[in-house]
Design a protein around this ligand. Sequence first.
Ligand SMILES: Nc1ncnc2c1ncn2[C@@H]1O[C@H](COP(=O)(O)OP(=O)(O)OP(=O)(O)O)[C@@H](O)[C@H]1O
Ligand SMILES: [Mg+2]
Length: 411
Amino acid sequence: MGWFDLLWKRSQHYVLKLSRKLDSRRNYQVGCFPMSKKITRKELLNILKTVKDPELNADLVSLGMIKEISVSEQKVVIEVELTTPACPLKERIRQDIISAINQIGFNQSVEITFSSRVRSSFTSEQPYLKGVKNVIVIASNKGGVGKSLVAANVATALSRMGARVGLLDADVYGPNIPQLFGMDGHQARAMQGRIEPLEINLGGKYPLKLMSIGFLLPERDAPVIWRAPIVNKLMREFFQNVPWGELDYLVIDMPPGTGDIQLNVVQLIPHASTVFVTTPSDVALADVNKGIAMFQRTGTPVIGIIENMSYFVCPNCSTKHHIFSKEGAERIKEKFGMKIMGKIPLDLSLREISDKGYPIVVKDPNHEVSKILVEIARQIADAVSVLAVKRESQRAVNGRSFVQLPLKSSD
Ligand SMILES: Nc1ncnc2c1ncn2[C@@H]1O[C@H](COP(=O)(O)OP(=O)(O)OP(=O)(O)O)[C@@H](O)[C@H]1O
Ligand SMILES: [Mg+2]
């Protein structure tokens, strides 16, 4: 290379360096991402690929959660499709997106909207409960710990959040769901050989589909004395022959114990997500331990535990009493490594409202217990959606490009 070539190259180098410096100064004066350079969809998508769903630990783009983006001179609009309408991490996701965009100095106004599409937990063609995306089983070996009350309120809270919900009373020997919704004496109709669920509209706003043996018996107090084969047949009828329609969640209120009904659920609906209810007392915990072990042994995921009758706040002096002992849920959590979905106090008005046939989350939504129950429903929906997205990612491996999330053996 001659002297002239070398000199020319050097001068080009300095011209380039100077123009970059001027450019950066101009940008600095504007104080944002180069305004002349409109951010493209591709650039925005790349930024969104750095934002992770806090629970799934995968980015929003790979998870298929970015439903829509639009970019104009003035603003950027991003629609995030949550995996549950009840997502408790919505605000965190919003903040993470905004800070990722701000980090690169782009300060056009950013509008983030949220929609939701509940994902399905079923991994393959489902022989039972067609049209139902997720099944939430509310269980406990122990009787009288509040399973039915929790199931009724969780189902109602999910409906309030905008999900399509059904509630199946699987307690064929002692059905309580009709009473908890003030539906005692109502009868289900058979249509073309199928038993229609009863459709109610709570507070005139929140629809819910109900099915219980209580709607099939000729009279309210008729005793149910059935052997296992009949119970097995009935469970299959509930799963196969009730036209539930399209549901985001079917909540199942279980009877106590680990008998035929539990076996039917774990065998016929292995992808159901189970939540255990317990009081903190040692006696209840001993039973619940056995129940969780049974569900886990059959490979049915147990996603969490709810401690009911956790404490009592004296209405006169506001002292908190732990009538049934304390921190029982923590002991289960330690042993099985599962999440505590919430703690419900022993509360007189909760009992009164429930026994009168109303779910408290609709009858008195501002009551402290209602807030706890709504938060429990949110936690459950969130845990279910994490499982569903993991399973969806596993299913999609052969099809679209999709992030593959690890499944634990319990998933
Ligand atoms: N946190 C609470 N505070 C006050 N009363 C409660 C509470 N939880 C449940 N109850 C009441 O305790 C009774 C038993 O509750 P529930 O029927 O829901 O229990 P269960 O576990 O479904 O019982 P079973 O095993 O018989 O099906 C009901 O009268 C209910 O209203
Ligand atoms: Mg019950």
